[in-house]
Ligand binder design. Sequence first.
Ligand code: NAP
Length: 257
Amino acid sequence: MKDKVVLVTGSSRGVGARVATLLAGLGARLVIHCRQRAPLAGKVAEGITRLGAQALVVRADLTVPQDTHRLFGDVARRFGKLDVLVLNASGGLEIDKPADYAMRLNVDAQLRAVDAALPMMPQGGRIVFVTSHHAHFHGQRRTVGEYEAVAATKRAGETALRERMPELAARGIRLVVVSGDVIERTVTAVLLERARPELFARRRARLGSLLSVEEFARAVARASHDPDAVSGDTVYVGSTEPDGDGPTGHSGFIHTS
Ligand SMILES: NC(=O)c1ccc[n+]([C@@H]2O[C@H](COP(=O)([O-])OP(=O)(O)OC[C@H]3O[C@@H](n4cnc5c(N)ncnc54)[C@H](OP(=O)(O)O)[C@@H]3O)[C@@H](O)[C@H]2O)c1
């Protein structure tokens, strides 16, 4: 990743923060992005600087078009290009947002970010879309009721990105999707466990433990630079069994095209 420029959206905390730090450790120059937690984003950037890598912090609400354009303008001015765009920022469980917020963030904002990124992405660039099994398998499996809007819109976002693959291929840019099981101690997991404790108890009893931020972030980081990744691949991380069904562990990855 030496001299590659990587933007990880939503890298102030959770999975995004760890992915950014892992990629900086491989020599990449990082854009740390947040919506509002600038002090947290600053701490992530400080950690990256201590690794000897460069980091730019940009605050932007991706549901606001002007913010998105400012974000990519800042990236262009500082680095002049973008090699890898990790679409990690996500939301929709917030209680203070309008009904269409999940759609605006998980679909519209993702496509807008891609549109803003493409002009500065060289051939060989990569877009990584981060999602959850609940979202990726939406429509094929039941999801937790409280997560329905997030799952449906993230699935719609993934589908919309996949529809852009011919255009991406023409530009020499790969799209890789990384889908994960529920991750222990994340804000989403805490909210869902509060709503559905029995589901989590069952899943822990079956799997021993849930997926960790570290395990998932390592898979996302690998998908961001793995030379063997094929455009359109989905990397599955953690148990892919639906809630309540047979036993699985959460080691390794299954790649499918
Ligand atoms: N949590 C899980 O159990 C789980 C499981 C599988 C997959 N995933 C996927 O992993 C990814 C990261 O999840 P996470 O749990 O680490 O997320 P998280 O802790 O909720 O962090 C979300 C990040 O997105 C940013 N963000 C939120 N709304 C935004 C907006 N409107 N504009 C710009 N940035 C915004 C936040 O910025 P601020 O900090 O400034 O608010 C934060 O950096 C998501 O794509 C999720 O679907 C999560």
